[in-house]
Design a protein around this ligand. Structure first.
Ligand code: HSE
Length: 324
């Protein structure tokens, strides 16, 4: 058993056009870091949260990293796991430090990254008794605290890495999709906020015409075919969302212009990242990704007067990991 560990969990882009609540991918950066150490007092204590501008609580029952960590800890105590079960029962407490390194309410899976890092840090501390996939339901306990709903399309890619499809939620079934080697993802985060819970409330009770559902089904299937065939043009063409984007785009100032700028700069496809306000695009090279990122950034500035951060690179196929 280790006395302390540090875990990094990456940001993620989810929905990815037609895949509301079922598609997501992991980014190389940004991401959150959680430090965990053994403590004599039982339960989870959050000693500090940094990088959140004072917005997050250190109450472990309300902080997503604390909730996920407590979920793993309770499971380990209940099942007497933990490398040496006796050791765990002797010292059943964990102290956490949560370092936010990405914006909140950004569409980058910030709460999912903290939840994943909290869950994985406890598991690592006790000698990795649970598999990565077993950690997912504990991370989702944290994610639920933030958004009030169980959606795994950010937590699963942050934890597992890669391009992920959630086949179903009951029971939860998470599938890995292929990652074409030349696919590049651009995420542009304008300096404004969209609360996921509010963006989800916008969809509640909305009756969707069957034609729109059919369009999304076709695009979702085609996107997956494109990944398997490494047909990036097909992947890009399938980034079309007739269900959610029309309702949520009003939450993102300048969205139409940013999407058009991405297209003109050569993006294969472009849509809202998670519940926004970040916007993602796919390209087939680093050079195209840099061009598209610059064009989208400029469009946010011109159309909405918003500065933004850009994150560009290949899909992160590692997911959350222990760091020194
Ligand atoms: N699928 C979720 C949503 C992701 O769009 O509400 C939230 O980041």
């Amino acid at each position: 058993m280790l006395s302390s560990v540090r875990v990094f969990a990456p940001a993620s882009a989810s929905n990815l056009g037609p895949g509301f609540d079922v598609l997501g991918l992991a980014l190389g950066r940004p991401g959150d870091i959680v430090d965990a150490e053994l403590a004599d007092a039982p339960g989870v204590e959050i000693v500090e949260v940094t990088g959140d501008g004072g917005l997050l609580t250190t109450n472990p029952a309300q902080n997503v990293a604390g909730v996920a960590a407590q979920s793993v800890l309770s499971h380990l105590v209940a099942t007497s796991h933990g490398g040496s079960g006796a050791g765990l029962l002797d010292r059943p407490g964990v102290r956490l430090r949560v370092h936010k390194q990405m914006p909140l309410a950004s569409g980058l899976g910030s709460s999912a990254a903290s939840s994943v890092a909290g869950a994985m840090a406890v598991n690592e501390l006790f000698g990795r008794p649970l598999t990565r996939r077993e950690l997912l339901r504990h991370a989702l306990a944290g994610e639920r605290t933030a958004s009030g709903s169980t959606h795994a399309d950010n937590a699963a890619p942050s934890l597992l890495g890669g391009f992920i499809l959630i086949r179903g939620y009951d029971p939860l079934e998470v599938l890995d999709l292929p990652v074409p080697p030349s696919l590049r993802v651009v995420v542009v985060h304008p300096h404004c906020r969209v609360e996921t819970a509010k963006a989800r409330a916008l969809l509640r009770g909305h009756g969707f015409p069957i034609e729109q559902a059919v369009a999304n089904l076709g695009n979702l299937g085609a996107l997956i075919v494109g990944l398997y065939r490494e047909d990036l043009e097909l992947v890009g063409r399938s980034i079309e969302d007739r269900l959610v984007e029309p309702l949520r785009m009003s939450l993102i100032p300048g969205y139409r212009q940013v999407k058009e700028a991405a297209r003109r700069a050569g993006a294969l496809g472009c849509s809202i990242s998670g519940s926004g306000p970040s916007v993602f695009a796919f390209t087939d090279s680093d050079a195209a990704a840099a061009r598209v990122a610059a064009a989208m950034r400029e469009a946010f500035r011109e159309a909405a007067g918003l500065e933004s951060d850009t994150f560009v690179g290949p899909i992160n196929t590692t997911g959350a990991c222990r760091i020194e």
